[in-house]
Design a protein around this ligand. Structure first.
Ligand code: SF4
Length: 338
């Protein structure tokens, strides 16, 4: 089911760009969608629910169509050199999501229509690093896939990077709207990764996202279109029966993807005090395992501490995924288990 926004807010200047015009045409003819035009970068007002949770949910159904004005790209270490800012925010409502802390009260999904200017800036960054390859990440602060059928901006970026020897592009998603990406000449310069989890975790914490089967089917389409493919398994959460469920998840993957080459990244659940406080405000009834006494505290590279699973549980996660991935996907790589 594609994402259908409840309201779309256009910044005035976005309507001068082709993508903005196309989106206006698509949405303004649908009487069920509220449309608003605002001055550029003006605050978005009027999104209210009875509780913080409701307000958050409402904001997640709001799509903002704007122009990217800042052309200084954020760095994206260690997995890439730069974030490629095509989209910010996400239509999903995963309780543990890092975007809860990042965007707090303003979790709208925002798309930028001046894609050619953004890509031109990417070209400048590449030129500075040549002959080294520059890696751009398209999903550092978003899941860009649910809005792709409206913007076509990932498709544009994939085509662009296919023509640049000294660049690579990558993004990660939980969503399945990939059909418009399948017939593009990508020259294997773009890696598409899917974020997956055990069924119990998806059902309990990953609201408004597709199920495991649908994600695997979308991944299979991408693999058949010969894109390099990866899976992020995470956040790995330990619950009663976790080994059984994560094994089943890997078996489902194997049944569909057979002996394809896959790059795996495995990320165990972790949280910061700030994230815990924000999550508890937005999802007051959440059951996420966030008791500090059960965790090991570690200072992070950005100066704030994280609560990780303790060493013995990390060891169980590590052995479980190393063994099962090696057994079931002997031709694949495990990039890291953290
Ligand atoms: Fe966050 Fe990803 Fe879930 Fe979107 S799909 S809410 S980006 S964790």
């Amino acid at each position: 089911m594609p994402f259908i926004p409840r309201r779309v807010v256009f910044e005035e200047a976005a309507l001068n760009y082709n993508i903005g015009k196309q989106m206006w045409k698509q949405f303004s003819s649908n009487p069920k969608i509220e449309i608003e035009v605002i001055e550029d970068r003006k605050r978005i007002k009027g999104i209210k629910g009875n509780t913080i949770t409701e307000t958050h949910q409402e904001a997640k159904k709001t799509l903002v169509v704007g122009i990217r004005k800042t052309f200084k790209f954020q760095s994206c270490k260690p997995s890439a050199h730069y974030q490629l800012p095509l989209v910010t925010g996400c239509t999903g409502r995963c309780e543990y999501c890092y975007l809860n802390t990042q965007f707090g009260n303003n979790p709208y999904i925002r798309v930028y229509v001046n894609v050619d200017e953004i890509l031109k800036q990417a070209e400048d960054y590449m030129a500075q690093r040549q002959p080294d390859v520059t890696i751009f990440e398209g999903a550092a602060v978003s899941d860009p896939v649910p809005v792709e059928p409206y913007t076509g901006s990932l498709a544009r970026a994939i085509q662009f990077f296919a023509g640049h020897e000294h660049a690579q592009f990558r993004f990660v998603t939980k969503f399945t709207d990939v059909d418009t990406l399948l017939n593009i000449e990508h020259r294997q310069k773009t890696t598409i990764r899917f974020s997956i989890n055990a069924d119990h975790i998806i059902q309990t914490y990953e609201h408004a996202t597709p199920g495991l089967k649908q994600r695997i089917q979308a991944a299979n389409k991408v693999a058949q279109a010969e894109y390099p493919l990866g899976f992020i398994i995470g956040p790995v959460i330990l619950f009663s029966g976790w080994e059984h469920q994560y094994r089943r998840m890997l078996e489902e993957l194997k049944d569909v993807l057979k002996s394809r080459q896959i790059a795996f990244e495995v990320i165990s659940h972790r949280f910061t005090t700030r994230a815990k406080n924000t999550i508890n405000k937005i999802y007051p009834d959440n059951t996420l395992p966030m008791d500090e006494d059960d965790r090991k505290f570690k200072y992070g590279q950005f100066g704030y501490g994280k609560f990780l699973y303790p060493a013995d549980e990390m060891q169980s996660i590590n052995s479980f995924f190393t063994q099962n991935i090696r057994d079931m996907f002997p031709d694949s790589n495990i990039n890291y288990i953290i």
